[in-house]
Design a protein around this ligand. Structure first.
Ligand code: TD4
Ligand code: NA
Ligand code: ZN
Length: 283
């Protein structure tokens, strides 16, 4: 069933587990996420980035996700990932999204608070939950120095003020992860996470979780992460299966015979994540 993000994440926060938030931009990825959630009995957040909306068209991808989510027997939220454009966020709200992220983290704190509060007021008036970001979660391609990385991490006291002044439902924090594949091993600042959770006592979001070792994920969940964003690992599962399939079968030409196995490969990766995050059997 289609539910709001806070319905899923409030329970995860109270019971101390995390829920996967997986990006989609087409039918097969959406099917892989929903089937993985059904087979592991997990709640799940299906999210679309602004790039994904451009690729699929907001009406089409909204119809695919909402149709599959409403038929599913596990709770599913439809979430806008990294919403930066006001009109795009409003379009998602008009298209039945049940959760939106306003990512104003590139602005100074005061402006991030103003922009976030505005979206919270509108979304809450429509019964939709809101995620925001404080601190900067870059991409692994960003060439930043160690001090810059340190400076980009979330300041716990600022996070407390941000949460209080915006009314946001769940907060994306920067504790050392980055979008995209990692070159070395990411080092998460667990002390910082622990402090933020103690101060805020609300659902917290980890971006850039693909490529983070399982032990670090488990520790982050034990310290209070409740929503975990995964995109790169699913993309890589799709592409690895595709390459192998075309290598092994030079004759195949039916997209269903190509996309079908790729969907299965993505589903297996997603199921493993759901079990790792502790969301299996929580639906
Ligand atoms: O935090 C994450 C995922 O992080 P990951 O890369 O570690 O999986 N996300 O928020 C997903 C980012 C998706 C970006 O999509 P576009 O390419 O369409 O802009
Ligand atoms: Na990553
Ligand atoms: Zn992200």
């Amino acid at each position: 069933m289609l539910v709001t993000g806070i319905e899923i994440l409030e329970k995860a926060h109270k019971e101390g587990y995390a829920v996967g938030a997986f990006n989609t931009s087409n039918l097969e990825i959406t099917q892989a996420i929903v089937e993985a959630a059904e087979e592991t009995r997990s709640p799940v957040i299906i999210q679309v980035s602004e790039g994904g909306l451009k690729y699929a068209g907001i009406e089409a991808i909204s119809a695919i996700v909402r149709t599959l989510a409403e038929k599913a027997t596990v709770p599913i939220a439809l979430h806008l990932d990294h919403g930066t454009d006001f009109n795009t966020i409003m379009k998602c709200l008009r298209n039945g999204w049940t959760s939106v992220m306003i990512d104003a983290s590139k602005f100074p704190l005061e402006e991030n608070i103003q922009r976030t509060r505005k979206i919270v007021e509108i979304a809450h008036s429509m019964g939709v939950s809101v995620e925001a970001e404080i601190g900067k979660i870059g991409g692994t391609e960003d060439h930043i120095t160690v001090d810059e990385r340190e400076a980009s991490m979330t300041d716990p006291e600022e996070a407390l003020r941000f949460a209080k002044e915006t009314g946001v439902d769940y907060l994306a924090i920067a504790i050392g992860t980055a979008h995209g594949p990692y070159k070395g091993e990411p080092k998460l600042d667990f002390e910082r996470l622990k402090r933020i959770k103690e101060l805020l006592n609300m659902p917290l979001v980890l971006h850039g979780a693909s490529g983070v070792p399982e032990e670090a994920i488990k520790k982050a969940v034990s310290l209070g992460i409740n929503k975990i964003n995964i995109d790169t690992d699913v993309r890589q599962a799709f592409t690895a299966r595709l390459r192998r399939l075309l290598e092994e079968d030079k004759e195949v030409y039916d997209p269903r015979k190509i996309l079908g196995p790729c969907k299965e490969a993505m589903k297996e990766v997603i199921k493993q994540k759901m079990i790792l995050f502790g969301s299996s059997l929580k639906a």
